[in-house]
Ligand binder design. Structure first.
Ligand code: PGA
Length: 242
């Protein structure tokens, strides 16, 4: 069975003053089969690890380098994330593919680095609006999946997040039929059928329950609505109930 996971991606948001949100989240008790993850900016990993210690909340990074260490100014290795308290790392988010020109081959290499550091890689895939309009959604998503997922990826070390680029931070979401179509195709294509499949893109307390009701949706990767414990807590409750 795939594990249920509510994952929050804080992106480039969060100062020490925002640790109060994690403290509030630690007080929310999810069902035992629902994982709760926050991926803060790297600057907050260590203080968050202290707050989350012994709780149900796990931590993750938002990117990592392919190497273990070395002369790479500004980069962070998977080993460093693990050392700071991370259990997961988001890789190949569309903002990194767009802002930093990351290819699927590079994402696969980063996922290999994450696996060898003992991290679970959350590999993101998703089409642009132009690709959807051109009828290329499944081609794009499945080819990103195949090229971004390294050999040795299993349900124990890899999670896939479907995030349509046009739904991220826009308040627009695909129809349930459109989400189901992509998730069903992902389920049929992933190298391990038990891999958790997350949906991401404008997930909110108001739409989470219907999205989690879909057969091959095992959770969500949540941006804006993960920044406040009240909103993210409501999404966690919806996942618990699904
Ligand atoms: P959003 O972001 O929930 O703010 O749309 C999702 C993501 O980019 O992971």
């Amino acid at each position: 069975m795939p594990c249920k996971l509510a994952a929050g991606n804080w992106k480039m948001n969060g100062l020490r003053a925002d640790l109060v949100e994690l403290r509030a989240l630690v007080a929310v008790q999810p069902a035992p089969d629902c994982g709760v993850l926050i991926c803060p900016p790297a600057t907050l990993l260590a203080p968050m690890a202290e707050i989350a210690a012994g709780s149900h909340v796990q931590l993750g990074g938002q990117d990592c380098h392919t190497g273990k260490s070395g002369a790479h100014t500004g980069d962070i290795s998977a080993d460093m994330l693990a050392d700071a308290g991370a259990r997961y790392v988001i890789l190949g988010h569309s903002e990194r593919r767009a802002d930093h020109g990351e290819s699927s081959d590079l994402v696969a290499e980063k996922a290999r680095a994450a696996h060898s550091a003992g991290l679970i890689a959350i590999i993101c895939v998703g089409e642009t609006e132009a690709e959807r309009d051109a009828g290329a959604t499944l081609d794009v998503v499945l080819s990103q999946l195949k090229a971004s997922t390294p050999a040795g990826a299993t349900a124990a070390n890899t999670v896939i997040a479907y995030e349509p680029v046009w739904a991220i931070g826009t308040g627009r979401t695909p129809t349930l039929e459109q989400i189901a179509e992509v998730h069903d195709a992902l389920r049929a294509t992933v190298p391990d059928a038990d891999m958790s499949l997350l949906y991401g893109g404008s997930v909110k307390p108001g739409n989470a329950a219907e999205i989690f009701g879909l057969a091959n949706v095992d959770g969500a990767l949540v941006g804006g609505a993960s920044l406040k414990a009240a909103d993210f807590g409501a999404i966690i409750s919806a996942l618990d109930a699904a």
